[in-house]
Write a protein of this length. Structure first.
Length: 625
């Protein structure tokens, strides 16, 4: 695990400035505090910061093939590297280390660009082929590990984080599409970022730079059409259980201590159970809680910890705005407003005191139908059949008068969202239940002269795919797997963990499980309104009943209450009318209206206000610099 960065000049005789490459690399120190490595030979420079996980003594990068004509830096882990190594050694390849990264260089020699299809892991790879004068950038199938790039007429820059590319002195201008997408989602989906000309390499994509040209293309796509199955539900559950056990087994490989993030939900509890069955000694588990009762889940985590005899540690979120907000702004580099990043930072900080690697349960909701929006899809089908006088004349006004609550995913919030969008077509309703600022709200918020960008709804429509064999619910899950998972969930976990020099591995996102789940008809995932049905069946008899049958709670924070309390002064200062006018992006009066309605408890605008607070902090820290 590490951070990687580099440059390629399109003039083959122009060397990469060593000092500039070093500045880029040093911004990634937190991702790899153990050592660094550099390859410099015109026209390419590769650099890395290493967090030593496998082959502590000889695994320093860049790593090369036998004659040094293939150079590789990799952020991530290749879980099947031992199998690949045996195969390559039988073909005559000679290895100088025990590192998983070294198999990449030799596998490329054998298979060319097709090498990537043989990898099981999470990875962002930069590979320089000196003979062909070609640079390859490759990102893993699900986008677990990040990779950014920027190119102009003279050069290509790449890095694990935006800050490294900014250190090379690129122009800073706000990308109008990135801004529109941030306001819609509280994050910016690939390939956009908040900066013009600076892009995320999308999950499952490859960038090829040679002869002065840069080309990006997909090398993997999430399957959409379900595979016919004659297997019984019991047989499918057994198959899934075996896949999960093997994924956990593979991801336990490490030369340093491992642990697990344990929330008490089904996904993290399943990983904990399987680790306990496969690990040589007691599993170290880590949980985070809140003083606010409706948000605290430590009770459930303790049930699982007791069941499997883990060495369990807990921490509690105590919000200190002047301490945590500057951290978040510096870590993310662009506006990012998933507030659950805060507890992920706390639990990562706790875990790093004992371990260097932690396994997590990310991916289960997207793959197996765990979100409330999937149940809402079923309810909406019934809602649309009701007569208009009942829905528009009675139900909608009644829901609108529900009192605002600060409770976790409160009924009033869900009900108001549901009736506002339930009559729309499924993909629009799915978007509406998630959107932060819709198009009308964005138009009212943005200052005069600020470009509006395209409607981000199109991203959902494109990911939704063309009608085919897949049912509608499967296609909605595909949207979340293609957009929300890599660009929110995995970004949050990567940045918060790596800010603490901790590696997090998600066994549920083993590509074999992802492809298996994608081909499984959604009737096995959502049975009536019972979410994650096939996963729960696979875990039957393994997890305690109170865990297996509990309602999904989500990893939310009490942001609505925080904005009226601990964050009140911070928001009023950071989003003051004078500061907003000087930034010139948002209308101060529109922000003030949202703030007044929220603090008067006339509405819950916590998601919108948190987005505005984070944008203003980013603007002053990273844009005006």
């Amino acid at each position: 695990m590490c951070g990687i960065c580099g440059q390629m000049n399109f003039d083959a005789n122009r060397p990469v400035p060593a000092g500039e490459l070093e500045r880029m690399n040093q911004t990634l120190f937190h991702r790899g505090p153990d050592e660094d490595g550099v390859y410099l030979k015109a026209p390419v420079g590769l650099a890395m910061r290493r967090l030593s996980i496998i082959d502590l003594s000889t695994g320093r990068q860049p790593i090369q093939n036998e004659d040094g004509t293939v150079q590789v830096v990799c952020n991530g882990e290749i879980y099947n590297f031992q199998e690949l190594r045996r195969e390559l050694e039988s073909d005559g390849h000679r290895f100088l280390t025990r590192s998983d990264t070294e198999v990449i260089a030799h596998l490329y020699e054998k298979l060319g660009e097709d090498f990537v299809h043989r990898l099981n892991g999470m990875f962002a790879i930069a590979l320089w082929d000196e003979r062909k004068r070609k640079l390859l950038l490759v990102r893993d199938r699900l986008g677990i590990k990040p990779l950014y790039y920027y190119s102009d007429d003279a050069r290509l820059l790449f890095a694990s984080e935006i800050k490294a590319i900014l250190a090379a002195g690129i122009p800073r201008a706000i990308d109008e599409e990135g801004l529109a997408q941030y306001l819609a989602f509280n994050y910016i989906p690939a390939p956009r970022t908040i900066f013009q000309g600076l892009y995320k390499l999308p999950p499952g994509h490859l960038l090829r730079a040679e002869s002065g040209a840069v080309k990006v293309e997909a090398w993997w796509e999430l399957p959409l059409d379900p595979a016919p199955t004659g297997a019984s539900e019991d047989a499918l559950a057994e198959e899934l259980r075996a896949l999960l056990q093997d994924a956990v087994r593979m991801q336990l490989i490490s030369d340093v201590p491992l642990g697990v993030f344990l929330s008490g939900g089904i996904d993290s509890s399943a990983i904990t159970a399987m680790m306990a069955g496969a690990a040589a000694g007691p599993v170290k588990s880590f949980s985070v809680g809140f003083t606010e009762k409706s948000y605290d889940e430590l009770h459930y985590a303790r049930i699982v910890a007791d069941r499997f005899g883990t060495q369990h540690e807990e921490t509690e979120v105590r919000l200190r705005p002047t301490e945590i907000l500057p951290k978040l702004t510096d870590i993310f580099d662009e506006p990012f407003a998933d507030s659950s990043a805060i507890p992920v930072w706390y639990v990562s900080n706790l875990a790093r005191r004992s371990v260097t690697v932690a396994l997590g349960g990310d991916g289960g909701d997207e793959l197996f139908g765990g979100y409330e929006t999937y149940a809402a899809y079923r309810w909406a089908a019934l809602y649309r059949r009701l007569p208009g006088f009942l829905t528009d004349g009675i139900l909608s006004p009644a829901v609108g008068h529900l009192p605002v609550s600060d409770s976790k995913v409160s009924f009033d919030y869900k009900a108001k969202r549901f009736v506002a969008w339930a009559r729309r077509p499924p993909v629009e309703a799915h978007y509406g239940w998630k959107v932060i600022f819709d198009r009308e709200q964005r138009d009212a918020l943005l200052a005069d002269g600020v470009p509006r960008g395209a409607d981000p709804l199109k991203l959902f429509q494109d990911a939704h795919g063309k009608p085919g064999a897949a049912d509608e619910l499967a296609r909605l899950m595909r949207i979340d797997t293609a957009i929300y998972l890599p660009d929110d969930i995995l970004v949050k976990v990567d940045r918060m963990s790596m800010a603490n020099s901790l590696e997090v591995r998600p066994p549920l996102l083993d590509h074999r499980i992802v492809e298996w789940a994608a081909r499984l008809p959604s009737r096995y995932k959502l049975k009536g309104l019972r979410k994650k049905a096939i996963l729960k069946k696979a875990l039957g008899g393994m997890l305690p009943p109170e865990i297996l049958n509990r309602k999904k709670a989500g990893f939310n924070v009490p942001m609505a209450a925080w904005l009226r309390g601990e964050l009140r002064e911070t928001f009023q200062d950071t989003c003051s009318q004078a500061r907003l006018r000087s930034q010139g992006v948002f209308r101060p009066e529109a922000v003030a209206r949202l703030w007044d309605e929220h603090t008067a408890r006339r509405a819950d605008h916590s998601r919108q206000l948190w987005a505005l607070l984070n944008f203003s902090l980013w603007h002053d820290r990273h844009y005006r610099t």
